[in-house]
Design a protein around this ligand. Structure first.
Ligand SMILES: [Zn+2]
Length: 257
């Protein structure tokens, strides 16, 4: 792939970075990312991933835009209230950059359909708000050999983890949280509250880690940091990073270790 002069202009501030460069920008243009969940994390993540020139985006969310979402879900406006998040996100993307390809789905992710919804992706970014969905996405990623960035936020704390459970010696999201939450399906955000900018920090940090994963091996932005969980504290503020060991009994990834 070669980039047109219009695209070179658009991404000039990326290309001038030695850590990205022309080769890195081409890699981004050739990449496909599936974003699962277009809420407080998925909205800013979509904005930065689209702005970075990722060529194809798959957007998955079964929810409807509610007026209470607008305080943090930055791609939606008052006129989107009552419409599907997936189709509203596609409208935002079309206005932003019509050169990007987009696939949308308003299906609710289940263990049965997860594989088809992430098929063909180079990376999955999961910003959904419940464990059952996150585990279904994670298991499908391990089975398909697709890396996963899992991001979550509540009140003033966020988490972003990079998982490659299909690789030997690396953990998957299920290694981190275990099996206890498969049946859990709650949205604690509604109960606990959240500062809008906190979701923005976590979502944009997840987008930055996504670019890092996609450019691994092409540029010098850095290693993907598999099996590392970054914990973002919005009150301190600060960030700490822990390594999650692969679970030798993990029912998703242990067989491939
Ligand atoms: Zn695992």
């Amino acid at each position: 792939m070669t980039l047109s002069s219009a695209r070179l202009d658009r991404f000039a501030r990326h290309i001038v970075l030695p850590e990205v460069g022309g080769a890195g920008q081409v890699r981004l243009a050739e990449s496909r990312v599936a974003i699962i969940g277009l809420g407080g994390i998925g909205s800013p993540a979509l904005q930065y991933l689209a702005a970075s020139g990722i060529g194809r985006l798959a957007l998955v969310d079964d929810d409807i835009v509610d007026v209470s979402n607008l305080q943090r879900q930055t791609i939606f406006t008052t006129r989107d209230v009552g419409y599907g998040k997936a189709v509203s996100a596609r409208r935002w993307l079309a206005n932003f950059d019509d050169a990007l390809q987009v696939d949308v789905s308003d299906a609710r992710i289940t263990p049965e359909n997860a594989a088809s919804l992430i098929a063909g992706a180079d990376l999955v970014l999961d910003g959904t708000d419940n464990f059952a969905t996150r585990l279904a996405v994670s298991d499908a990623c391990v089975a398909a050999g697709i890396p996963l960035l899992s991001a979550a936020v509540g009140r003033f704390q966020g988490q972003v983890g990079a998982w490659a459970g299909h690789l030997p010696q690396e953990a998957c999201y299920r290694c981190f949280v275990g099996d206890a939450f498969d049946a859990e399906d709650c949205d604690t955000c509604a109960d606990d509250g959240m500062l809008g900018a906190m979701a923005g920090w976590v979502g944009s940090f997840a987008a930055m880690q996504a670019v890092k994963v996609l450019l691994a091996g092409v540029s010098t932005l850095g290693a993907p940091g598999w099996s590392r969980l970054h914990i973002l504290d919005g009150l301190e503020p600060g960030m700490r990073t822990i390594r999650i060991a692969p679970d030798p009994a993990c029912k998703a990834c242990a067989a491939s270790d």
